[in-house]
Design a protein around this ligand. Structure first.
Ligand SMILES: N[C@H](CCC[C@H](N)C(=O)O)C(=O)O
Length: 270
């Protein structure tokens, strides 16, 4: 099986070109690919399939040639991946399967419009983040209050006072499954300047990652509560820096997308 390895602010992915949708990607296979010791190693898998070859609802990919089939490292399926879609778009242009410019990608959260040149950063219209009320997470017995935000996938954005580097994310944060029946990505963020935050994240299905694109949008939306009009936010994550723009109608995420390597898995390994 041919693969390409890429990352967006060190949130890394195994890209599986599958234009005709012939790969039957079982959760166990995804977990093996993502295993950082026995496999290739990644936070998730991006299967690249033409929408007409994907099992999508009739209208889901009507205006997009490509569907991003995103999987978390544990093999679970998630609705959307903000760093992943940047890497996905960069792969399509690099592989000559799409031209630089602006076009839609189909995802399980709906169409997402990407804008990219022949190289450099990628910008994505991430849709309107939905502030859904409040929730709580716990770390080592301490409770953290946060805003529940949907970016197509579920987030809990918890503001903290001290450096996020001081938090122990070696274990999953606790949360109420009655509030988050489908699980949740938990972000911890602190303001470090005007419209400038730092963040760490414990992702649903992948554990702590160096970055979470949908999470940066959730954090910017939570931090911007009450900020009138459009605002541009700088979000520092352990893996780098992204820019989130909120305009009251939708949100845009802009950041790097790097292709690192490509190869073939050994026959019979997966
Ligand atoms: N773990 C997330 C999906 C990946 C999100 C993250 N890698 C991003 O860049 O948005 C979830 O289960 O909703």
């Amino acid at each position: 099986m041919r693969f390409v390895k890429g990352h967006g602010t060190e949130n890394d992915f195994v890209i599986l070109p599958d234009p005709d949708g012939v790969l039957d990607l079982a959760p166990e296979a995804v977990a093996r690919l993502c295993d950082r010791r026995a496999g290739i190693g990644a936070d998730g898998v991006l299967r690249v399939v033409r929408t007409k070859a994907a099992e999508l609802d009739a209208d889901a990919g009507a205006d997009a040639e490509w569907f991003m089939d995103y999987r978390n490292a544990d093999g679970s399926i998630a609705e959307m991946c903000g760093n992943g879609i940047r890497v996905f778009a960069r792969y399509l242009v690099d592989a000559g399967l799409a031209a630089p410019g602006e076009w839609d990608v189909a995802t399980r959260a709906g169409l997402r419009r990407v804008t990219l040149g022949a190289s450099g950063d990628v910008s994505v219209d991430m849709g309107a983040p939905e502030l859904l009320g409040y929730g709580e997470a716990s770390l080592a017995g301490a409770a953290f209050q946060g805003r529940r935000v949907s970016v197509g996938n579920p987030h809990l954005a918890c503001r903290v006072d001290g450096p996020v580097a001081a938090l122990d994310l070696s274990r999953a944060p606790g949360f109420d499954p009655a509030v988050f029946p489908d699980g949740v990505n938990v972000e911890f963020f602190r303001s470090v300047g005007e419209r400038h935050v730092e963040m760490r994240v414990f992702e649903r299905g992948s554990g702590e990652t160096r970055s979470c694109g949908t999470g940066t949008v959730a954090v910017a939306a939570a931090a911007a509560q009450g900020t009138p009009g459009a605002s541009e936010w700088t979000v520092d994550v352990p893996g780098g820096r992204v820019t989130v723009t909120l305009d009251g109608r939708t949100s845009h995420l802009r950041g790097p997308a790097v292709l690192v390597a490509e190869g073939e898995t050994r026959p019979g390994w997966i």
